[in-house]
Design a binder for this molecule. Sequence first.
Ligand SMILES: Cc1cc2nc3c(=O)[nH]c(=O)nc-3n(C[C@H](O)[C@H](O)[C@H](O)COP(=O)(O)O)c2cc1C
Length: 223
Amino acid sequence: MDAVKAIKNRRTQKVLADNVWEVSTNQKELKNTVDELLDLASCAPYHYKSDLKHQSEEKELNSCLPFRFYVLDTSHCRELINYAKEQGIELKKLKNMLSASDVLFIVTWLPKQENTSVDNKKEPFPFYGDVVHMEHIAAASAAIQNVLIGATAKEIPNYWSSGGPLREKELREYLEIPLNEILLGAIFLFPKDINDKDVFIKTGGLRESGKEKKTWSKWITKK
Ligand SMILES: Cc1cc2nc3c(=O)[nH]c(=O)nc-3n(C[C@H](O)[C@H](O)[C@H](O)COP(=O)(O)O)c2cc1C
């Protein structure tokens, strides 16, 4: 599939399973796919390096890229449901998606300075609204979009969720995702054969809204 077709075909597909789906046997193939998609993420443009505290040598993930990708394979998607249940954490709709997903990417962006008015029990909200932060978020978004387009090109159904419950301290500690990173998206990949299954698939509510080009773009014409 060429790039234009993949961009046009990308669409939100929220697969909401009532029962936990079996872990497929193609985990090795899936890992290769994830590897290719992570390569695409790293091709995204970025403008500012992450703050040096995110590049410390003691950290396992210490790239200067302003974002991090944490990957859950199918078993770990299912395991997360069990863990949340044990801990009494409400996953809401994420539970239905984790029941169906092959892969979950938890994507964070890395603030350069933290809001000291917040404790270490949650992400540093509200974060500073400066240009560096804006461009960190933009770069992380571009990386996510590369993954979505890449997945679409491979005909893998996908969905960018805000991932609400994944901001919670208990889940972050379990997943070992530092709370001083800010969740930008929980990116789900689903099995290719979802349309053959008896499952509810919700599409993007805003898919058709606001698309009329002349309402959001114009030529600047000055003489
Ligand atoms: C940053 C971001 C966060 C999103 N979070 C959610 C979400 O939490 N729940 C949801 O239903 N859709 C979410 N979406 C997907 C949008 O609803 C979807 O992109 C929109 O409806 C347009 O549909 P399309 O993706 O099929 O073009 C998110 C999209 C973006 C870019």
